[in-house]
Design a protein around this ligand. Structure first.
Ligand SMILES: [Zn+2]
Ligand SMILES: [Zn+2]
Length: 238
């Protein structure tokens, strides 16, 4: 059973429906001890204002035994790896996801998308590649995932991807296969948009279990490993 969910949205993202309190309450109920709150960075039409992220320190670091990580799901804006939030703010957050969303980045050819991911991976502010299976953002799995290993980035297996309509996601099995080949850290997350979904990662968990993924490379089973990543990141902020 997982102990941490590293991707969820509060009602600050307009197409999500729960408060921080509700998410934390359900996290506790589901037996989690860590939750990352990762609303959409400002480039999407449903995103909160940048002030939402500047003020995240107002939130408690822990509530009722659940550690709250202040995070963001940042939007990849171009092939140079630009994100829609200044580095200064990104580096002050605990958990930074970088994702392709088609309101911010137009899918390009495989070569360009691969180059884009490589630029993202080199960014020390980024912790995790968000739902990399989504189309039309195809990329070279070998090249990108190998770089994740080199730079210590996690690859997300997003539980929502299993429920998306056919043709909107890419071969998740192949992503897991290549992650396994290079011993890359992965995270299985709910991407909850309502409190009832927090910790719901059963499809992603089934896939990685069936494929024999090493448990000690799955962040969700080890809040200690996640805190280690967060504290090292803080250490580089100066
Ligand atoms: Zn997303
Ligand atoms: Zn999301």
């Amino acid at each position: 059973m997982i102990k941490a969910d590293l991707h969820c949205h509060t009602l600050a993202s307009a197409h999500a429906y729960s408060t921080v309190f509700e998410l934390l309450t359900f996290a506790k109920k589901k037996g989690l001890s860590m939750l990352a709150m990762t609303d959409h960075a400002p480039a999407l039409p449903d995103s909160p204002n940048i002030w939402h992220f500047r003020n995240l320190r107002t939130l408690p670091e822990e509530y009722d035994g659940v550690r709250l990580l202040r995070g963001v799901e940042a939007n990849i804006m171009d092939e140079n790896g630009a994100l829609d939030m200044p580095d200064k703010l990104l580096s002050a957050l605990d958990w930074v996801i970088a994702s392709f969303h088609d309101d911010a980045y137009r899918g390009s050819d495989i070569q360009t998308n691969t180059k884009t991911w490589l630029n993202i991976i080199e960014n020390p502010c980024v912790n995790m590649l968000g739902h990399p299976d989504r189309l039309p953002f195809e990329f070279d799995h070998e090249t990108v995932i190998k770089a994740c290993r080199e730079y210590g980035k996690a690859v997300e297996i997003n539980n929502h991807s299993f429920r998306m309509k056919r043709g909107s996601t890419r071969d998740l099995e192949d992503i897991v296969r290549v992650c396994k080949k290079y011993d890359v850290l992965i995270a299985i997350n709910s991407d909850a948009h309502v409190c009832f979904e927090v910790g719901e990662v059963s499809d992603a968990e089934r896939l990685i279990t069936d494929m024999g993924y090493k448990k000690d490379l799955v962040l969700n089973y080890s809040p200690e490993m996640i805190l280690d990543i967060v504290s090292k990141k803080r250490g580089t902020d100066g």
